[in-house]
Design a protein around this ligand. Structure first.
Ligand SMILES: NC(=O)c1ccc[n+]([C@@H]2O[C@H](COP(=O)([O-])OP(=O)(O)OC[C@H]3O[C@@H](n4cnc5c(N)ncnc54)[C@H](O)[C@@H]3O)[C@@H](O)[C@H]2O)c1
Length: 343
């Protein structure tokens, strides 16, 4: 009989890690047994909130001493590669926060190691479990918008400001994962401009243009140096258009039955004019569910099935490849960079 309950440990208990402890602890099929953090105060904070957790100030000790099936890695991105590798080497399944790691060479090694060890490697691309984004995927899959011309995303706020990675790795990793998920493709080419105002060499903001197959042009504006928190995506198709706004109060999606039509000039055969077609605006019902909880449920189901299809290591690696290409374009002040095909 396949296993149905799983012991989970969380490594990295700063801002985000405690949310993983809370969500996994809410499932009867999961038992959060241990936590690790190099910061004593952070460790003591989760120890107080969850008495009975085994606490470790070194992830290697946790991996050696705690009885766990899987670990959630929620430490800074710069530490992901080492911690995920250590966990896979002792045959733990892993859910690692986005982005998977910093370089594609590291990512390739982790994906190969997970396969070799027969362990699940999932990347916490939480927006792939957001009900609004899942609805967008449905619209695109069923062709409701027609041919997709462009997807434009804005992700801004004032902070949180990272020290180990720039706003591209921290924020655009979400948008690239969403674009890849929605299109079912990965970008062919990127060009990006950015600026580092607060810390030398760490971009606070970037304007990123990505070319996907089928002549689909996508754009991302990310910034942690902006007065407004915005989480918004506009998709323009040749039949309809829509806007997803994660922070909207009425509903996250507005569908605009708008488009452009070609009207012939009768007096001049073969000529036409382009006219705006204005239709209704509708707001579909999107059920509410905490995406992090949906992600945790999916990870537990995947552990039970021994199989993972959404947000696996390979798709996480594809995101890292794009991040690397963006980084290279930033260094060349916006020069287009071709993204290497996945091996
Ligand atoms: N999916 C999301 O929406 C989302 C939101 C926030 C953060 N994140 C991701 O979660 C991760 C953590 O982000 P955060 O905001 O919690 O950062 P944070 O800086 O608040 O917390 C990181 C914690 O990891 C600890 N840490 C550092 N090195 C460690 C090590 N070697 N071993 C164990 N612990 C270590 C730190 O002491 C700190 O407590 C990042 O990868 C980030 O991208 C994802």
């Amino acid at each position: 009989m396949s296993q149905t309950t799983f012991n989970i440990a969380v490594i990295g208990c700063g801002h985000w890690g405690p949310n993983h402890i809370r969500t996994f602890a809410s499932f009867p099929e999961a038992k959060v047994v241990a936590a690790a953090d190099v910061s004593r105060p952070n460790l003591e904070r989760v120890g107080k909130a969850y008495p009975g957790l085994m606490l470790f100030d070194d992830h290697r000790r946790l991996l050696a001493e705690a009885d766990t099936h899987a670990v959630v890695v929620s430490s800074p991105t710069s530490t992901h590669y080492t911690i995920v590798r250590d966990a896979l080497l002792v045959d733990k399944h892993v859910l690692v926060e986005k982005p998977l790691c910093r370089t594609s060479a590291e990512g390739e090694e982790l994906v190969a190691l997970a396969a070799e060890r027969g362990r699940l490697l999932m990347v916490g691309q939480v927006f792939l479990f957001n009900r609004g984004i899942l609805k967008l995927k449905e619209y695109l899959q069923f062709g409701d918008l027609g041919r997709i011309y462009t997807i434009v995303s804005t992700r801004t706020n004032l902070g949180p400001i990272r020290k180990d990675v720039n706003a591209v790795y921290d924020l655009a990793s979400h948008d690239i994962a969403i674009f890849d998920f929605l299109t079912g493709d990965t970008p062919l080419e990127v060009s990006a401009s950015g600026a580092a105002y607060l810390q030398p060499g760490i971009e606070d903001l970037a304007f990123i243009t990505l070319r996907y197959p089928n002549d689909l042009l996508a754009h991302v504006h990310v910034s942690w140096l902006n007065p407004r928190k915005v989480r918004e995506i506009t998709i323009v198709g040749d039949k309809k258009m829509l806007v997803w706004d994660d922070l909207a109060t009425v509903g996250p999606i507005c569908i605009y039955d708008k488009g452009v039509v070609r009207e012939p000039y009768y007096e001049d055969y073969g000529q036409f004019q382009l006219l705006a077609r204005e239709g209704d605006i509708s707001i579909p019902r999107v059920p509410l569910e905490e995406p992090l909880k949906a992600q945790a449920r999916y990870f537990l189901e995947s552990l039970r099935r021994g199989k993972l299809t959404v947000s696996d290591g390979k798709s996480g690696l594809a995101v890292v490849r794009t991040l690397e290409a963006i980084q290279s374009s930033l260094a060349q002040r916006g020069a287009p960079v071709t993204i290497g095909a996945a091996a």
